[in-house]
Design a binder for this molecule. Structure first.
Ligand SMILES: [Zn+2]
Length: 173
């Protein structure tokens, strides 16, 4: 998968590099402009049930078969809290109110080479959630895991989410 642009999105000219504001940036000689690159925002939720956290198994590429927090990209103009509860419901069937989640961490990460993301990670308690767990949308399975189960498992999982989970459980006690 290719995330670094090679051609100008405005005029189609092949991009070059130009030094600007402290770093090399993609530059289009066709329309004489710097092509600014920004990370894509993602919202994720760490949903606790006692010592367990809800994870979903991705049913589609990229990352098919990987266990991840319920998460997804923000729509244009969407509040991060709304994106987090929307993705949770789409992927697991569970409903939370935006006031029942709180920001836990934000981080910049690169999931695939060149794919820059900024993640807003929220935490919430299962007691606040309504509905039954049923995997949906691009998730093929949704279930709670203990940290020990996850660490002992040979399933594919996203390391940065496991470290987030460890922190949430630690802060809870
Ligand atoms: Zn151009």
């Amino acid at each position: 998968m290719e995330f670094e642009p090679s051609y100008c999105r405005y005029c189609g000219h092949e991009l070059e590099e130009k030094h600007s504001e402290g770093r090399e940036r993609p530059y289009c000689p066709g329309c004489d402009r710097i092509i600014w690159q920004n990370a894509d925002p993602v919202a994720a939720t760490v949903l606790r049930r006692g010592e367990e956290i809800l994870f979903v198994k991705r049913g589609i590429e990229p990352g098919k078969g990987e266990w991840s927090l319920p998460a997804g990209f923000l729509e244009h103009s969407e509040e991060p809290t709304h994106a987090a509860v929307r993705e949770l419901e789409e992927e697991t069937g569970l409903k939370l109110k935006t006031e029942d989640i709180e920001i836990f961490e934000s981080m910049a990460l690169e999931r695939f080479p060149g794919q820059k993301l900024v993640a807003f990670i929220f935490s919430a308690d299962m007691e606040k959630a309504e509905g039954e767990i049923s995997a949906g949308d691009d998730a093929e399975e949704a279930r709670f895991w203990t940290l020990e189960e996850l660490e002992a498992s040979d399933e594919k999982l996203r390391k940065h989410f496991v470290s987030a989970m460890r922190e949430v459980l630690k802060n809870k006690t």
